[in-house]
Design a binder for this molecule. Structure first.
Ligand code: KG4
Ligand code: ZN
Length: 332
C-alpha cells in the first residue's frame, strides 16, 4: 500500500507547529515554535499577542517542516489543521493558512479536533496501540475521561465540572510565585517538598472531576500562612490532585472492565503523576501508556496523526471551514 503523508498544522494556543507524519505513526518532522518566553512577562497567554506571533512565523515553520522531513508540498497527501478547541484568534491563523495552502495546492483539507489530537500523540509513541481503550486527557484547558471506541469515535465518561487540571497547576504556580508556565515549575519544586499539608480531595459519585476547591484551598493557605513551605505546598497539591485522577481511573477501569489506560495532554508530563499511574498499573495489573514528553504538550505531529485517521475515514473540510473555540470531543 502507498504511504500516506499528512501535514499537520497546530496554532490553538501559544505553540505554532507544523509536522509531517507518515501513515499516522512515523514522524518525519515536528517543528514547534513556542511563544512561552513572550507570554512569560504577562504571567499567562495574551490571546492577541499569540495570534500575531502565529501569523509572523507560520509560513517559515511550514517551510522548515518540509525541509526537515526531506519532502516537498507535492509529496503531501492532505493538510490536517486544528480547528478547535482553543483561542479563536490563534486557531484562525492556522485554519486560514491551511485553507490557503489547500486551495493553492489542490490537496484535501482535514479538520482536526485538538483534544482528539492529544489522544493520537500516543499512536506515535506506542506503535502497537489501537482503540478501543480508555483515555485520561489532562491539559491546560481540559480534563476528560474518554472511551475511545475507535480512531474516530469517542464517548465522554467524565469531565471537570469547573477548572481544568492544568489551569489549577498554573494558578497554584502563580500564587506561590513561580510564574508562568506553572506546571513544570510546580513539578520541580514539589520534588524538594513533602506532601504533609492536608488539602481537599473531591470524590464525586460519577466519573467527573472538580479542581476549584483545591485551587482555592491552596490560594487561602498561601495567603494566610506567610511562612508556609512552598515546596511542601506544591507536593501536597500534586498528591491531592493525583489522587482525584487515580480514583476516577481506577473506577472507570473496573466499570468498563478494561486493562489499559492511555494518558494524554500537557499535564501528563508531570513526573509525580506518571509515578503514581505506574503504581496504579502495577496494583491493577494494567498497562499505562503516555506519549513521549514532546508529544504531551501542544505539537502538530499529534494533529497529523489524528488527521491521518480522519483522512482515511473520509473526513474533509472545504474553504468554508471556521475555527470553533469551544469544539467538543467527538463532534462530527
Ligand atoms: O496540552 P497543553 O500543551 O495545552 C492545552 O491543550 O491546554 O497543556 C498545557 C498545560 C499547562 O497548564 C502546563 O502548565 C501543563 O500543561 N504542564 C504541566 C507540566 N508540563 C506542562 N503540568 C504539570 N507538570 C508538568 N511537568
Ligand atoms: Zn493542548
Amino acid at each position: 500500500m502507498k504511504d500516506i503523508l499528512i501535514m499537520g498544522i497546530e496554532s490553538s494556543c501559544d505553540e505554532t507547529s507544523v509536522s509531517i507524519v507518515k501513515n499516522g505513526r512515523e514522524v518525519l518532522s515536528n517543528v514547534i515554535n513556542s511563544q512561552i518566553k513572550i507570554h512569560e512577562a504577562y504571567g499567562g497567554v495574551v490571546p492577541e499577542i499569540a495570534s500575531r506571533c502565529h501569523t509572523e512565523v507560520i509560513n517559515q515553520i511550514m517551510k522548515e517542516s518540509l525541509k526537515e522531513a526531506k519532502v516537498s508540498l507535492d509529496d503531501i497527501d492532505a493538510i490536517a489543521v486544528t480547528y478547535g478547541p482553543g483561542l479563536v484568534g490563534a486557531l484562525l491563523v492556522g485554519v486560514s493558512y491551511a485553507k490557503g495552502l489547500s486551495f493553492a495546492t489542490g490537496k484535501p483539507l482535514v479538520p482536526v479536533n485538538h483534544i482528539e489530537g492529544h489522544i493520537a500523540g500516543n499512536y506515535i509513541t506506542h506503535k502497537d496501540l489501537e482503540p478501543p481503550f480508555l483515555c485520561l486527557i489532562i491539559s491546560g484547558g481540559h480534563t476528560h475521561l474518554v472511551n475511545v471506541k475507535n480512531y474516530n469515535e469517542f464517548e465522554i465518561l467524565g469531565k471537570t465540572r469547573d477548572d481544568a487540571i492544568g489551569e489549577a497547576f498554573d494558578k497554584v504556580a502563580r500564587v506561590v510565585g513561580l510564574g508562568y508556565p506553572g506546571g513544570p515549575k510546580v513539578d520541580n519544586l514539589a520534588k524538594e517538598g513533602t506532601a504533609n499539608i492536608k488539602l481537599p480531595v473531591v470524590h464525586l459519585d460519577n466519573l467527573d472531576f472538580s479542581f476549584s476547591g483545591i485551587k482555592t484551598a491552596v490560594i487561602n493557605l498561601n495567603h494566610n500562612q506567610k511562612d508556609i513551605n512552598k515546596a511542601d505546598l506544591c507536593a501536597s497539591f500534586e498528591k491531592a490532585v493525583t489522587e482525584m485522577l487515580t480514583n476516577n481511573v481506577r473506577k472507570a477501569l473496573k466499570e468498563y472492565n478494561e486493562d489499559k489506560i492511555v494518558i494524554a495532554g500537557g499535564v501528563s508530563r508531570n513526573s509525580y503523576i506518571r509515578n503514581e499511574f505506574d503504581k496504579l498499573g502495577e496494583e491493577l495489573g494494567c498497562k499505562i501508556y503516555y506519549p513521549e514528553p514532546i508529544l504531551c504538550t501542544d505539537n502538530a505531529a499529534m494533529i497529523a496523526a489524528q488527521g491521518y485517521y480522519d483522512f482515511i475515514n473520509g473526513k474533509r473540510a472545504d474553504l468554508k471551514l471556521n475555527a470553533i473555540p469551544n469544539l467538543k470531543i467527538g463532534n462530527k
